[in-house]
Write a protein that binds this ligand. Structure first.
Ligand code: ATP
Ligand code: MG
Length: 390
């Protein structure tokens, strides 16, 4: 057993001693069998949430209505989910009804793919009811039960299929691929941030071309707003190199390279990618096009983002531009509000102001002036400047 699973054994033992069953489930079992590094552990049990809360002294009700309780230990927290069935997916994304059950088999049946429907007990024995081990060995992604039905229940599973394909380099079996083709349009029902999250994870997979190809074959791409078949086909021809911590941006860049900045910004907002990813993408595109961001743009970007951008430019062999960026950033007179030699409190006192939005506005003005090298970062100079503005 991998070390992080071993550490969780006392939790499973304790549940067992109380007379219940408990297993490792989901991604951690799959990745253990594949000898891949584990990032999170999912535990499942036939004990109901209230019963779990009696077994462990320190718990948090993370998602108790769905049956998830977090057990807090000195070293780590563990999410334990009660076996459950889900019924009535009227909106193609969420079950109307969750029912706690005592049977592991029922719980495994609701899971998306056979390779994700494996459980492992305390002794490392695998419970495999749907041929998941064979599918792992032959590198297959296959829906549990009728693919058609499963994607109809929850349309996000289609994006998960192509994401796992890209991460694992597996093939999606024909019946499952057919299920995706027939239900692709249901993706419209899914919140955009959940789609873009899966999409970016797919693009960060070592075998992203496989996932992208499946999106084209099944026409899933049509339901990713703003992207055309041409965009996807073009992206397939790009060769992407991985970057540390910035791979989401790097993959995005392949697609958005030619868009005007304002449409690019609109696209990133539509996709609701994180602010970090949006800033970094926009800035990288600017640099790649040799239209330099202003000092104020640089100031508003976090240092970590700048580092990623520098790394990105180096991978693109734009070393001179990378150096310029690094240098310009380090030469900024200040890098955040903390560096400003005066605070809101002092501004209020010195200028006889009452709390309100004008304090923030003054601070912003001060930062802009300092970054533009038009004002010394020095208390007296700052106050005199602000007095002159009044
Ligand atoms: P990773 O954590 O590497 O993304 P994972 O398989 O652990 O992969 P999670 O999203 O953490 O994926 O979910 C844990 C498990 O819950 C899955 O392995 C699967 O059994 C089940 N699961 C998650 N999302 C769904 C879903 N939309 N439909 C059905 N089962 C799901
Ligand atoms: Mg997981």
């Amino acid at each position: 057993l991998p070390a992080i699973l071993k550490e969780a054994l006392p939790i499973l033992q304790k549940i067992k001693q109380a007379g219940f069953e408990a297993y490792f489930v989901g991604g951690c079992v799959r990745d253990t069998l594949l000898n891949k590094p584990l990032h999170d552990i999912d535990l499942a049990t036939n004990a109901y949430p209230q019963e779990l809360k009696q077994i462990f002294t320190h718990t948090v009700d993370t998602g108790i209505e769905h049956g998830t309780v977090t057990v807090v230990t000195a070293k780590q927290n563990y999410e334990i989910t009660t076996f459950r069935t889900e019924t009535g997916y009227q909106d193609y994304r969420r079950p109307d009804h969750v029912e706690f059950v005592r049977s592991l088999a029922e719980d495994l049946k609701r899971r998306d793919f056979t390779i994700n429907a494996l459980a492992m007990d305390l002794d490392g024995r695998i419970i495999d009811l749907f041929g998941g081990v064979a599918d792992l060995k032959s590198h297959r992604i296959k829906a549990v039960g009728q693919a058609q039905e499963r994607f109809h229940e929850d349309a996000l599973r289609m994006m998960r299929a192509v994401r796992f394909q890209a991460q694992l380099g597996f093939t999606i079996v024909p019946s499952t691929l057919k299920g995706i083709t027939e239900n692709a349009s249901l993706l419209k029902k899914i919140a955009i941030e959940r789609i873009s999250d899966e999409w970016l994870r797919m693009m960060c997979g070592d075998n992203w071309q496989l996932g992208l190809q499946s999106m084209l074959t099944t026409k899933l791409y049509k339901y990713c707003p703003q992207f055309t078949e041409q965009d996807f086909t073009k992206l397939l021809q790009v060769s992407l190199t991985r970057l540390q911590n910035a791979s989401q941006v790097w993959t995005l860049l392949g697609l958005v390279w030619n868009l005007p900045l304002n449409s690019l910004n609109r696209l990133l907002r539509t996709w609701k990618v994180s602010n970090e990813v949006r800033h970094l993408t926009l800035m990288s595109v600017r640099f790649l096009r040799q239209s330099k961001p202003t000092d104020w743009d640089l100031y508003q970007t976090e240092g970590a983002t700048i580092d990623n951008c520098v790394q990105l430019l180096q991978v693109l062999q734009k070393n001179v531009v990378a150096q310029q960026l690094q240098k310009r950033y380090s030469l900024l007179p200040i890098h955040s509000l903390q560096d400003v030699k005066i605070n809101g409190q002092q501004i209020m006192q010195q200028l006889n102001l009452t709390p309100g939005p004008q304090i923030g506005a003054n601070l912003r003005l001060v930062q802009q002036q300092i970054v533009a090298n038009k004002l010394a970062n020095e208390p007296v100079a700052i106050i005199n400047y602000l007095r002159a503005q009044q």
